[in-house]
Design a protein around this ligand. Structure first.
Ligand SMILES: Cc1cc2nc3c(=O)[nH]c(=O)nc-3n(C[C@H](O)[C@H](O)[C@H](O)COP(=O)(O)OP(=O)(O)OC[C@H]3O[C@@H](n4cnc5c(N)ncnc54)[C@H](O)[C@@H]3O)c2cc1C
Ligand SMILES: NC(=O)C1=CN([C@@H]2O[C@H](COP(=O)(O)OP(=O)(O)OC[C@H]3O[C@@H](n4cnc5c(N)ncnc54)[C@H](OP(=O)(O)O)[C@@H]3O)[C@@H](O)[C@H]2O)C=CC1
Ligand SMILES: CC(C)=CCC[C@@H](C)[C@H]1CC[C@H]2C3=C(CC[C@]12C)[C@@]1(C)CC[C@H](O)C[C@@H]1CC3
Length: 516
């Protein structure tokens, strides 16, 4: 029997065929099981969250929940401290492809029930939330009140805790930066069980901790609440599509629009080496009489990236009016473009009209049911990476992605990176326009080796003072990691707040060895 693979990973033709079959025909399982389960899960949460919000029981319950967390941490602190702590959020719920290995050897602190919006203060223009509140929950609550978060990372199930302890980017990043930049303060349970308030305010005693938390992945304390800025919004966005048929036009347009103050939102989708679409949007009160309304979130509508591709093919600059919530979650229904591997015929008009209302499958349930064989295929062929690099380097960066993985579409999301203290190293002393290049899909290059290829890309990203989003697989060594990220504030905070015994170092949580 023929054997394929690298020296470390030999597999037979039979195994490969079985994997391929399971991957290709996964929809047989996804449609009758995962879709109804996703619908049931979402419906339950919708009703539960609506009820809790209406009876306003969350703020009282919050103090009780936090006291329980403090008690568990104090118990750990007075114990033998042989094991370190992490949250008890199960690996399958998290928005990365990997299952965290580290959790099973650690003391898991139950932060799972911190799932409520605590307070919306329209005078102060803030919302105070628990960390497991999701982006979908926030847009559903805030938009009808005429408010929104300045940055809404698009997948419905992303959590505030993940966006703060990890990182969050979205098409309004050109104006507001990353999710951490729209936060005002964090309430943290420290390694000795104390509850502290870390605020952006320069007079706040714990201000350095406020800057240290983003990207630290829960290794400086447990986040139990966050106060985030809100801004007034309007019910629609006016979205302009700029088709670009050469790479130069695409990047020139991206750079021009990212630096233009009138744009609230700017994103690009690159469909091939030399073509793509740049989209800009701003809030608008109503659809003008001759305007074209497109409720892209409705169940029977084409997947957003396919709709954009159709406009690209037409080559016509186009304007559409889109309901705000549909715009924010435009990539949810097709999980960017990942859905085409799971349900290849999902964008067919008949499927959309008959079963579109059951979509999308929940990422967490897909993750929970990813068998070993499917995981092998993903490990060998599939790339899920986001690299944040200076916008001026985009051409060079895409050349490297093209040479190494040749995956399209690419997601291009400009973001204004502030020069503030913290793990993300940006020492210019002024804001610099970065771009997140998101690569999600199957690699078509024969030379692709997950580790070597990713290391080459990581090396390039470091060389231009870029950073890799840490939900993705990172193959860097500790010294390479700390060359990419800034440890000065982090290390000092680890000592000041007695974190070294309590929590692993962030590298040990995010490196490949810590994940299945
Ligand atoms: C031994 C020790 C003691 C410490 N004691 C305290 C303390 O008492 N109080 C306290 O608050 N902190 C303390 N810290 C933390 C310290 O504030 C941070 O490490 C701080 O970021 C160091 O700044 P730096 O410019 O020296 O380092 P750098 O490594 O140059 O920069 C650190 C961060 O600041 C950013 N930065 C650099 N230049 C600029 C700029 N011009 N504009 C905006 N951002 C910039 C960088 O991007 C980076 O994220 C201590 C750290 C150490 C190692
Ligand atoms: N548009 C975007 O920006 C997108 C971003 N992502 C990425 O997905 C991830 C978010 O996924 P999500 O499932 O929401 O979050 P996760 O559960 O994956 O959490 C991410 C990290 O934050 C830590 N964390 C979460 N909550 C707390 C808390 N209350 N206290 C302390 N630490 C905490 C976790 O620690 P522990 O390991 O202890 O649980 C974990 O290390 C982010 O890393 C983000 O970068 C993914 C898709 C889109
Ligand atoms: C916009 C940014 C910054 C990132 C988007 C990343 C997402 C596209 C990925 C994050 C987690 C990924 C998972 C999958 C697809 C791609 C992501 C949503 C799967 C659903 C693919 C199918 C597997 O069986 C389960 C995966 C879980 C994680």
């Amino acid at each position: 029997m023929g054997v394929y693979g690298t020296a470390t990973e030999k597999i037979s033709i039979f195994e490969r065929l079985l994997e391929w079959f399971l991957f290709r025909f996964r929809w047989i399982f996804v449609i009758p099981l995962i879709l109804p389960a996703s619908l049931a899960y979402d419906s339950y949460n919708f009703v539960r969250n609506w009820f809790i919000y209406k009876v306003q029981s969350a703020p009282k319950a919050h103090d009780r929940k936090v006291a329980k967390i403090q008690k568990s941490v104090k118990q750990w602190s007075s114990g033998d401290r042989k094991k370190k702590m992490c949250t008890a959020r199960p690996g399958w719920l998290t928005m990365s492809f990997r299952f965290p290995k580290y959790k099973k050897d650690m003391v898991q602190i139950k932060t799972n029930d911190l799932i409520d919006i605590l307070e919306i203060d329209t005078n102060a223009r803030t919302v105070r939330v628990e960390p497991n509140v999701t982006m979908g929950q926030l847009t559903r609550t805030l938009i009808p009140l005429g408010y929104t978060l300045p940055i809404v990372p698009e997948l419905d199930d992303l959590t505030v805790g993940g966006m703060i302890n990890g990182c969050g980017v979205e098409s309004s990043g050109r104006k507001y930066g990353m999710f951490q930049h729209i936060c005002q303060s964090f309430e943290i349970v420290t390694a000795n069980g104390e509850l502290i308030f870390a605020s952006k305010d320069k007079n706040s005693e714990h201000q350095p901790l406020f800057y240290g938390i983003p990207w630290s992945h829960g290794t400086l304390g447990f986040l139990v609440a966050a106060t985030i800025k809100i801004i007034p919004c309007k019910p629609f966005v006016r979205l302009t599509y700029f088709p670009c048929k050469t790479q130069k036009k695409l990047y020139d347009r991206l750079s021009h629009e990212a630096n233009k103050n009138d744009n609230e939102f700017v994103e690009g989708i690159q469909y091939s080496y030399d073509s793509g679409m740049i989209m800009t949007a701003s809030f608008t009160e109503a659809v003008p009489k001759n305007g074209s309304l497109n409720a892209i979130g409705r169940w029977h509508k084409p997947w957003f990236f396919k709709h954009v591709e159709t406009i690209l093919k037409s080559g016509k600059e186009t304007v559409e009016y889109i309901p705000l919530r549909d715009y924010y979650h435009r990539h949810s229904r097709s999980i960017f473009w990942e859905i085409q591997d799971l349900i290849p015929f999902g964008n067919n008009v008949l499927f959309r009209w008959f079963l579109g209302w059951t979509m999308p499958p929940k990422v967490s349930l897909l993750k929970l049911t990813t068998s070993g064989s499917i995981r092998n295929i993903y490990n060998r062929r599939h790339v899920i990476q986001d690299m944040l690099i200076p916008l001026d380097n985009i051409q060079e960066a895409v050349d490297i992605f093209d040479q190494e993985v040749q995956i399209y579409p690419l997601w291009l999301c400009p973001l204004n990176l502030q020069s503030s203290p913290g793990m993300v190293r940006q020492r210019a002393g002024r804001n610099i326009m970065y771009v997140d290049i998101g690569v999600y899909g199957n690699c078509t290059r024969d030379t692709y080796e997950p580790k070597e290829t990713t290391r080459k890309i990581e090396g390039y990203v470091r060389s231009v003072q870029g950073v890799q989003m840490l939900y993705a697989d990172t193959y860097m060594t500790p010294s390479e990691f700390w060359e990419m990220f800034d440890s000065s504030l982090y290390d000092w905070l680890r000592t000041k707040y007695n974190c070294k015994e309590a929590f692993p170092n962030v590298y040990d949580k995010v490196c490949k060895a810590a994940r299945y």
